[in-house]
Write a protein that binds this ligand. Sequence first.
Ligand code: HEM
Length: 127
Amino acid sequence: MSEVNFYERMGGAATFAEIAKRFYLGVANEPLLTAMYPARDMAGAEERLKLFLEQYWGGPSTYSDQRGHPRLRMRHNGFHIDTPAHDAWLKCMHAAIIDLEIDEEMKEELWKYFQYAAHSMKNQPDA
Ligand code: HEM
C-alpha cells in the first residue's frame, strides 16, 4: 500500500486533525506529559503533530514548509523520554486512534508505526 493511498484512504486532513485533537485531549489528562508539553502553546503543538502526520503518510508537505526537515529524534532531545514517558505517550495515542472510523487494517498499520516511532524517540536508558 503506497503512503499516498494511505493518506487518502484514511480520510485525508480531517482524520489527521482528529487524531491530533484526540491525542492532546489525552495529554491534558496525563500529568507526566502535561509537565513536558508547552502549556501556553497546546494549539500550536496540536497543529505541528497534525501537519507532521499528514506529511509522513503522503499528504501535503506543509510541515516541512513551515518547520524544515522533521529530524524528530533531534527535536525530542530536550525532553526526558524514558519508559514511563514513552508508555504515557503511547497510551494517549492509542486512545486517540482506537475509535477512528477507518479500515481496521489501516488502523493496525498506524498503531504499529506509532509503537515503532515512540520506541525510537526514547532518549533515556531503562532503569
Ligand atoms: C515517546 C514519547 C514522546 C514524548 C514524551 C514526546 C514529547 C513531545 C513534546 C514535549 C513535544 C513538544 C510539543 C511542541 O511544542 O510541539 C513534542 C513535539 C513533537 N512530537 Fe513528540 N513525543 C513523543 C513521541 C513522538 C512520536 C512517536 C512522534 C511521531 C510519530 C512525535 C511527534 C512530534 C512532533 C511532530 C512534534 C513537533 C516537532 C516540531 O516541529 O517542533 N512525538 N513531542
